[in-house]
Write a protein that binds this ligand. Structure first.
Ligand code: HDD
Length: 715
C-alpha cells in the first residue's frame, strides 16, 4: 500500500482556509471601502437641505457604484443551484486502482464543497422543474483540486460536445418571447429531441420521477462518462463514478411538483439548508464500477458513449467512501455563486477517456468562467483556491490577489535556480496516461455509437408499474404542450423503438395513430457529405432484460429522518394524542409542524398552549411528507369548517402520502373526499386510530402508489 500522502494533523481544513477572507461587522463601526469611518449613511451630500446632490459625495458614489455592479452573468446552464460544505472519508484504500492520495489514505478527511442545480432555468427559477439535477463536488485534496461534475442521471442527451449548444438552445426558453421558464415542455426542445434518436435513453430518465426529486439529499449522483483510474505502477482501469444517498432515492409526483413551485420555489434549497442547520447531515457513499482495460470491448455498447450506462448486474458498484455535508455556506454569492467546477480539474491517479462529450467539456468549463467570473484569476477566489500550495509563472490579470515575489516569472531561469521546479512523477507530478492512438484525423462518429434504443428499452423495462405510468404521463404532458403536431408524431415514432406499449399509450393520450416506426429519414443530424444510411440507428437488443438499480422502487425505505410531518390541530385539540405522536416521530428524526386555523398559539383540551408553525394560508400539504390529525371535538369542528384544511388531507391522499388520524380526527377524514367508508376499511397508508409507531413505519414507505390505481380524487 502507498504511504499516506500526508498525516491528518497536517490536513488543512477548507474552513480554516476560508477564515482569512471572512468579515464580520457585528459591533464594528461603518466604513467606506477605503476604511474611512462613515458618520451619516442616511443622507447624501447636498447644496442646502433641499438642494441638489453634490458630485463631490464620494461616499454616495462609492456605495451606488458598487451596487450597480453587484451582478455577474448567471451560468449558461445550471444557473439555479444550492451549495454546502462537507467532508469525504475513504473506507478502504483503493491503491490497487488509483494512486490518488484521497483515495488511498483512510486517515484523511478531504474537505468538499458541493453544488446541486437544475439545468435549464434561470437563477431565480423554481427548484421543482422537471429537469436533470447537477451534482458537483469539489474535493480540496492535498494534491490539488479534484472536481466531480456530474448529474443525477447516469447518461446524457448527446454523444458529442459539438451538439451541446444546440441542445441547450433548444431547451432554454424560446428566443423570440423567452418562454417557457425552466421547462422542457415546448416545441423547440422536442423538435430537437425528435430529430436526435441518440437522446432516447436520456429522455427515459428525464421523463421518469428522477427529474422531480423529493430532495437533493435523496438523489443519486453519476459521473456519466467513463473515466480512468491509474495506479502507482501506471496501470489503468476504466471507472464509472456513483453517489448513493443514504436516505434512499425519492421523488415527488408531478401534480405536487407543479404546486410546490407556487408554494415554495426554494423547496430544495430550503430543504438542504434546514437539514444541515438541524444537524441532520446529508450523506452519500461514493461508488465505483471498475473495468479492466482489457475488457474495454467486451460490452454490447461502447464505454466511450455517454448515452450508455454500465448495468450494475454486469459490473457491481463498490462503495468506497462516504461524503457528509455538514456546514452551510456563510455567503451565497461568495461561495455557491462563485464556485467554479471543471471536469478537467484532476489529481494524479485519475484521468480522462476519449469520450467525445467529455473531451469538449474539457474546453468549456474554464472558458465559461472567464466571462462569468471576469478573468483568468478565478482560481484565487476563496471558494475555488486549493488547500495545497500554488506556484507557477502565471502572472497578473484582472483582480489578481497573489503578490508574486521575486524577479523571475519564466522558465528556464538561472536567476531563481529554475524555480518553481517541475515535479517528477515520484514527487506527485501529474503525467497524462499514455494511451496509444494510431488513427486518421477525421470528423466522424464511431460505428459503435449507433445503438440508440437498447438501453432506453432496458430502462423502461426496469421500471415498476407506477414508475412506467408516471413516465407515460410525463410524456403526455410534455408532448401535449408541443404545438406543432409533426413534432409530436415524430416523437411517438421514436418511442416505438423503445417500447410499443409505451408508444401506444402516449399516442392514445395525444389522440395520434401509432406509426409503424420512426419517420425516415429519422436523423437530420447527418454531416452534409455523409451517407444518410450510415447514420441510421442500429437495432440492437440488450441481452439484459431489466436492471433493478434503475428503478427507485427498492431503494432503502427504513428511516423517516428529516421527513416533514404536518399536524393539523387547532384550539381544543387532544393534547395527549398530539404529544404522543410528536414524541415518537421526533424521536425517529422527523420534523413535525403544527398547522392551525390561526397563527400564534393554540390551546389544547387541557388548556396548555401549543405554538403554531403555520396556518392554512402560509403552508400547503405539498410541502410535507405525511399528515396527522389528532382528535379533539372543538379542533375537528373548526378544521371541518376550514375548506383549506379539508383540501390539505385530500391533496396529501391524492399524492399517496401517509395519513394518520385519531378519534374525532377519523371523522374529519371520513367527511372528506378520501375514499374510505369507515375506520375498519383498510386503505394503503391511511392509519385510522392506530399507533404512532405504525404511522412511523408507513412514513418510511414514502408513498402508497397502489392508491393511484383506484383513480385520482379531485384535490
Ligand atoms: Fe456541463 C455547468 C454537468 C455536459 C458546459 N455542467 C455544469 C454543471 C454541472 C454540469 C453539474 C454545474 C456546475 C456548477 O455547479 O457550477 N455537463 C454536466 C454533465 C455533462 C455536461 C454531467 C455531461 C455528461 N457541459 C456539458 C457539455 C458542455 C458543458 C457537453 C459544453 C461543451 N457545463 C458547461 C458550462 C457550465 C456547465 C457552460 C456552465 C457553468 C459552468 O460550466 O461552470 O461550461
Amino acid at each position: 500500500m502507498k504511504k499516506p500522502a500526508v498525516s491528518p494533523s497536517k490536513v488543512i481544513s477548507k474552513n480554516e482556509d476560508l477564515q482569512t477572507n471572512r468579515e464580520d461587522g457585528s459591533g464594528q463601526l461603518l466604513t467606506t471601502n477605503q476604511g474611512l469611518k462613515v458618520n451619516d449613511d442616511q443622507n447624501s451630500l447636498k447644496a442646502g437641505e433641499r438642494g441638489a446632490t453634490l458630485l463631490e459625495d464620494f461616499i454616495l458614489r462609492e456605495k451606488i457604484t458598487h451596487f450597480d455592479h453587484e451582478r455577474i452573468p448567471e451560468r449558461i446552464v445550471h444557473a439555479r443551484g444550492s451549495g454546502a460544505h462537507g467532508v469525504f472519508e475513504l473506507y478502504k484504500s483503493q491503491a490497487e486502482y488509483t494512486k490518488a492520495g484521497f483515495l488511498n489514505d483512510t486517515t484523511i478527511q478531504t474537505p468538499v464543497f458541493v453544488r446541486f442545480s437544475t439545468v435549464a432555468g434561470s437563477r431565480g427559477s423554481t427548484d421543482l422543474a422537471r429537469d436533470v439535477r447537477g451534482f458537483s463536488v469539489k474535493f480540496y485534496t492535498q494534491e490539488g483540486i479534484y472536481d466531480f461534475v456530474g448529474n443525477n442521471m447516469p447518461v446524457f442527451f448527446i454523444q458529442d460536445a459539438i451538439k451541446f449548444p444546440d441542445l441547450i438552445h433548444a431547451v432554454k426558453p424560446e428566443p423570440h418571447h423567452e418562454m417557457p421558464q425552466a421547462a422542457s415542455a415546448h416545441d423547440t426542445f422536442w423538435d430537437f429531441i425528435s430529430l436526435m434518436p441518440e437522446s432516447s435513453h436520456m429522455i427515459m430518465w428525464l421523463m421518469s420521477d428522477r427529474a422531480i426529486p423529493r430532495s437533493y439529499r435523496m438523489m443519486e449522483g453519476f459521473g456519466v462518462h467513463t473515466f480512468r483510474l491509474i495506479n502507482e505502477e501506471g496501470k489503468s482501469h476504466f471507472v464509472k463514478f456513483h453517489w448513493k444517498p443514504l436516505l434512499g432515492v425519492h421523488s415527488v409526483v408531478w401534480n405536487e411538483a407543479l404546486k410546490i413551485s407556487g408554494n415554495d420555489p426554494d423547496f430544495h434549497r430550503r430543504d438542504l439548508w434546514e437539514a444541515i442547520e438541524a444537524g441532520a447531515f446529508p450523506e452519500w457513499e461514493l461508488g465505483i464500477q471498475v473495468i479492466p482495460e482489457e475488457d474495454e470491448h467486451k460490452f454490447e455498447f461502447d464505454l466511450l458513449d455517454p448515452t450508455k450506462l454500465v448495468p450494475e448486474e454486469l459490473v457491481p458498484v463498490q462503495r468506497i467512501g462516504k461524503m457528509t455535508l455538514n456546514r452551510n455556506p456563510d455567503n451565497f454569492f461568495a461561495e455557491t455563486e462563485q464556485v467554479a467546477f471543471h471536469p478537467g480539474h484532476l489529481v494524479p491517479g485519475i484521468d480522462f477517456t476519449n469520450d467525445p462529450l467529455l473531451q469538449g467539456r474539457l474546453f468549456s468549463y474554464t472558458d465559461t468562467q472567464l466571462s462569468r467570473l471576469g478573468g483568468p484569476n478565478f482560481h484565487e477566489i476563496p471558494i475555488n483556491r486549493p488547500v495545497s500550495p500554488v506556484h507557477n509563472n502565471q502572472r497578473d490579470g484582472h483582480m489578481r490577489q497573489t503578490i508574486n515575489t521575486g524577479r523571475t516569472s519564466y522558465q528556464p531561469n538561472s536567476i531563481n535556480d529554475n524555480s518553481p521546479l517541475q515535479a517528477k512523477v515520484s514527487e506527485g507530478g501529474f503525467s497524462s496516461y499514455q494511451e496509444r492512438i494510431d488513427a486518421k484525423k477525421i470528423r466522424a462518429r464511431s460505428d459503435s455509437f449507433f445503438d440508440h434504443f437498447s438501453q432506453a428499452t432496458l430502462f423502461y423495462n426496469s421500471q415498476s408499474e407506477t414508475e412506467k405510468n408516471h413516465l407515460v404521463d410525463a410524456l403526455k404532458f410534455e408532448l401535449g404542450k408541443v404545438e406543432i403536431e409533426d413534432i409530436r408524431k415524430r416523437m411517438v415514432g421514436i418511442l416505438t423503438q423503445v417500447d410499443l406499449t409505451l408508444a401506444k399509450r402516449v399516442a392514445d393520450g395525444l389522440g395520434l395513430e401509432v406509426p409503424s416506426g420512426p419517420e425516415k429519414p429519422v436523423n437530420h443530424g447527418v454531416p452534409a457529405d455523409a451517407d444518410q444510411q450510415s447514420y441510421e440507428p442500429k437495432i440492437v437488443k440488450s441481452t439484459l432484460k431489466s436492471s433493478a438499480a434503475l428503478s427507485m422502487k427498492d431503494t432503502p425505505k427504513d428511516t423517516i429522518k428529516t421527513r416533514k410531518i404536518a399536524i393539523l390541530a387547532t384550539d381544543g385539540v387532544n393534547g395527549n394524542q398530539l404529544d404522543a405522536y410528536k414524541k415518537v416521530l421526533e424521536a425517529a428524526g422527523a420534523v413535525t409542524k403544527i398547522v392551525a386555523t390561526h397563527d400564534g398559539h393554540i390551546k389544547d383540551d387541557s388548556g396548555k398552549l401549543v405554538k403554531v408553525d403555520f396556518t392554512f394560508l402560509t403552508t400547503a400539504s405539498v410541502l410535507f411528507d405525511a399528515v396527522y390529525v389528532p382528535g379533539g371535538e372543538k379542533s375537528i369542528e373548526a378544521l371541518t369548517a376550514e375548506a383549506d384544511a379539508v383540501h390539505f388531507v385530500e391533496e396529501a391522499f391524492r399524492h399517496c402520502k401517509a395519513i394518520a388520524a385519531n378519534e374525532e380526527g377519523v371523522d374529519f377524514i371520513l367527511l372528506s373526499n378520501i375514499p374510505v367508508k369507515d375506520e375498519k376499511e383498510s386503505v394503503e397508508g391511511l392509519l385510522l386510530n392506530q399507533t404512532a409507531k405504525e404511522f412511523e413505519k408507513a412514513i418510511q414507505q414514502h408513498r402508497f402508489w397502489e392508491r393511484e390505481k383506484k383513480g385520482k380524487i379531485p384535490a
